[in-house]
Design a protein around this ligand. Sequence first.
Ligand SMILES: Cc1cc2nc3c(=O)[nH]c(=O)nc-3n(C[C@H](O)[C@H](O)[C@H](O)COP(=O)(O)OP(=O)(O)OC[C@H]3O[C@@H](n4cnc5c(N)ncnc54)[C@H](O)[C@@H]3O)c2cc1C
Ligand code: FES
Length: 547
Amino acid sequence: MSTSKLVDGTFLKRLVIINALVPALILAWDGYHDQLGVNAINFLIRTTGLLGLVFLTLSLLITPLRRLTGWNLAIAPRRQLGLFGFFYIATHFLIFWLYDRDGSFGDTLGEIIARPYLWFGFGALVLMIPLALTSLDTMITRLGPKRWKLLHRLNYVIVPAGVVHYYLLVKSDVRQPVAFGVVVALALLVRAIWHYLDLRRAAAKQPTVLSVKKKFWSGEMVVARIFVETHDVKTFRFVMPDGSALPFEHIAGQYLNIALMIDGKRVNRSYTIASSPTRSHYVEISVKRAPDGHASQFLHDQVTEGMRIKIGAPAGKFYFAGHGERVVMIAGGVGITPMMSVARSLTDRCWRGDIYLLFGVRERKDVIFEHELAQLQQRFPNLHVEIVPSSERGRITKEIVQAFVPGLSRGPVMLCGPDAMMTAIRKILVEIGVPDGEITQEAFVSPLQVIEQVPGEIATGEAANVQFKRAGKGTDTSELTILECAEACGVNIPFECRSGICGQCKTTLVSGKVTMDVQDALTSADRSKGVILACQARASNDVVVDA
Ligand SMILES: Cc1cc2nc3c(=O)[nH]c(=O)nc-3n(C[C@H](O)[C@H](O)[C@H](O)COP(=O)(O)OP(=O)(O)OC[C@H]3O[C@@H](n4cnc5c(N)ncnc54)[C@H](O)[C@@H]3O)c2cc1C
Ligand code: FES
């Protein structure tokens, strides 16, 4: 067996775990045999603190090491290093609290307040708690990769705070804390320089084949054709009622929102636009029939050609902007829809880069767009497609990914499919060495509840005044939403779906009353704080909004 096969991510993780446990075991052994010296508590506090700082510093050095050496496997044990750092620092504090301060809360708190070096040490420990709690892969999906990454940047504060704590604590010989300080400062400096260079490089890159425009449209479209794709997926093609071109521009990967009236109740759902933005006269969505699903069952069983459907589009930030020389897409099941739009769009435009599409399905009969993909592959040799039915080959593994995409160590990689699949693949990609920030994913999560249709309280023709407090602007309206009022008087409220789903347009109602057709994006905490969805809210009387 070759060395590279022996030294894989699992090996490195185990190596770190074993090495990190050794000092703890030695300390426990020495403690048990009363061999910790005359000032045992002090020795334990110092040693665990030092060990914690060593592991945290090592975790900070992983990315520079990987980037400088190109050794992507180095990333594998980073989490273990961070967790052991937390373990030793938490133990350091517990010993201090239980033995040095006799377990007294008041005494410990008094000491922390009185001694500046403890401000830094205790502060670092508190900041480490959310990182430790969110260290599992499932938390990446729950928080969303962006928020998770942002949270874990706290490490850039925690480690320097630990070094300052150590420096202030050591009264005479400061060589060791200064050495830590130099290493940490260099690691942070290198990262800051890389970050700056990456930003400059990204800014310098002009969109090659696609550009991002954000003009939202909503209105009625006609179901022109319905295609049966598989035993449980149908494609719906929508056109404008008058046959004109689409009134909006979308980017491959974005989605649209549809509003259906099902049994007198309004149901809002999002569906990826599977067709290519190069097709200017229609959009298509491909919908999988969800068992007992309200909207998908309705679309499959009740919607017929010629029907009019209320649509809002485009929305979403999951797209490929056409940069670089390669795009890798990994889809599971109906998660193929955004990838299909990208593949269709890039081949339509004869994009020169390599397009890799790895498509996991349960069984052969679940493969959507099989014939079209085969045909596109014949015509475009730069499109590489591999279908992995789990009934025949099992789930998508690291080996499958590596064999399919040669030399994969950079993004962009797009993921779309069931949550568990995306979490597993993301982990594989990071292990292979793809930077987490170069992986994007889309979850097909929609609210479960059906929305009762709530007629606005304000009768058409009765004007109410809408004031935007911070902008100092206002307007009278009889039927516009708060978002439309804001747009009418030039007040900027961010938005995305305009369907009450994404929550981008959350804003606070200062006074007055509004009605909202859809409130899916609001939590009960939002409601209690007077937060409204500007895209859904209509004034019932004169209102003041914090915008
Ligand atoms: C950005 C985005 C893009 C999407 N793109 C696509 C796409 O291209 N194609 C596609 O098919 N889908 C897509 N979806 C998913 C789509 O929006 C719907 O969520 C999906 O069609 C299911 O909706 P439904 O109304 O049929 O099912 P729902 O009624 O919402 O039910 C969903 C599932 O949950 C179960 N369920 C319902 N109520 C409950 C309950 N109270 N407790 C437990 N389980 C319950 C149902 O049995 C069903 O299996 C996308 C979602 C998003 C957010
Ligand atoms: S814009 Fe998405 S909820 Fe209002």
